[in-house]
Design a protein around this ligand. Structure first.
Ligand code: TXA
Ligand code: MG
Length: 339
């Protein structure tokens, strides 16, 4: 039975369910929000097209944005991928279970809904004890995008899921996610690889395992594409509802803040790094390592969003490789022209 938490006036505030109930619902073709070490995912049986359609409907996500399939272990890769090259195997061995997604050529029978018509499929073995138990006990492979409405902030707690998707979505609650930002996505074609999305597993770590640098030439078009995109990645993604502006330096942020204050508007500030901060009343300062900032990032943005200020002003961390994933998420959170 789901646990229903009720407020004093008996309004349903959330639906947290057990592991057994999660398995029952997923096998019935329903969607359930599940924890992973990165962010919460909105999960469904990856072989059930009706369930997959429900993911897109609940998220209001365009059908051209493919989903990641979560597997119990590496032995399941050949059920989904038509080619599992030695390089891809090397990556799987080095980074799974973990915040790392492999994009590989798909077997013909893989649902076109899960891969949004692409010839490839995205696969990940998550490093989360409860979710690994779920995958093993159910025998299912689970398609799971982040459990938020399309373009909104990703959730790192069950409450974030409910704030974005509403209280009708059942959640398997395992507390806050430890990694905090979405997995690194890497596509592999034979012995060539490319980062499609940055994450806490850095390009340097991947290069060390591969023994060769990422390719910079698109194999299909012969064009130079130094930073290829995962399909469907919107420039405005991971966005709070409050208009958000990002800045590379404190002086520009301060000038924007002064402008707001002069017109009697409020600005909430998120500063990453060592800056000495302006005297804004609504300020979150994350002077932490990249990994610790990743863990705290979405919770900080959710909190600033709830303040309902007129704007959120973000001071970016330095433009260095170790900050690439954080800078990517924050740059896509911006509504303003500083993006
Ligand atoms: O950490 C994560 O990856 C989380 C957790 C829940 O596992 N999931 C997640 O899913 O971030 P989502 O749907 O929010 O982002 C998945 C990204 C999308 O940008 C999509 O374009 C890309 O993966 N993707 C999925 N399949 C792909 C494919 N076949 N080729 C290229 N990119 C793909
Ligand atoms: Mg997402």
């Amino acid at each position: 039975m789901p646990i229903l938490l009720l407020t004093a006036d008996s309004h349903l505030v959330c639906m947290r369910i057990s592991l057994e109930e999660t398995i029952t619902r997923l096998k019935r073709g329903e969607v359930v929000a599940i924890p992973t070490e990165t962010v919460y995912g909105l999960a469904a049986d990856a072989r059930n097209d009706a369930a997959l359609r429900e993911i897109y409907a609940v998220k209001e996500r365009p059908a051209n944005n493919p989903l990641i399939v979560h597997l119990a272990d590496v032995s399941q890769v050949p059920l989904w991928a038509s080619v599992f090259s030695p390089l891809a195997e090397k990556f799987a061995k080095a980074f799974w279970p973990g915040p790392f997604t492999l994009v590989l050529p798909a077997r013909d029978e893989v649902s076109t809904i899960v891969r949004a018509g692409e010839a490839t499929v995205a696969l990940r073995v998550p490093n989360h004890a409860l979710t690994l138990q779920l995958l093993q006990m159910s025998g299912l492979s689970l398609a799971a995008p982040s459990a938020n409405k399309y373009t909104h902030l990703s959730p790192t707690t069950a409450s974030h899921v409910e704030a974005s998707l509403g209280h009708d979505v059942a959640v398997l609650d395992a507390g806050a996610c430890q990694v905090g930002i979405e997995s690194t996505i890497v596509s592999v074609h034979d012995d060539a690889w490319q980062v499609l999305r940055h994450g806490v597993i850095s390009e340097a770590e991947i290069t060390a395992v591969a023994g060769t640098p990422a390719m910079t030439t698109s194999p299909s078009h012969g064009e130079t594409t130094s930073r290829p995109k995962a399909p469907g990645q919107h420039h405005l993604h991971y966005a709070p509802r409050t208009p958000t502006y990002v800045f590379n330096d404190l002086a520009s942020l301060q000038s924007k803040l002064n402008g707001l204050l002069q017109t009697h508007l409020t600005g909430a500030v998120l500063a990453i790094g060592e800056a000495t901060l302006p005297s804004a009343p609504l300020t979150v300062h994350l002077n932490l390592t990249p990994q610790a900032v990743a863990e705290a990032l979405y919770a900080a943005l959710h909190r600033l969003d709830q303040l309902k200020a007129d704007a959120i002003l973000v001071l970016l961390p330095p433009d260095l490789p170790e900050w690439a994933a954080i800078r990517d998420r924050l740059s896509r959170a911006g509504h303003g022209d500083q993006r």
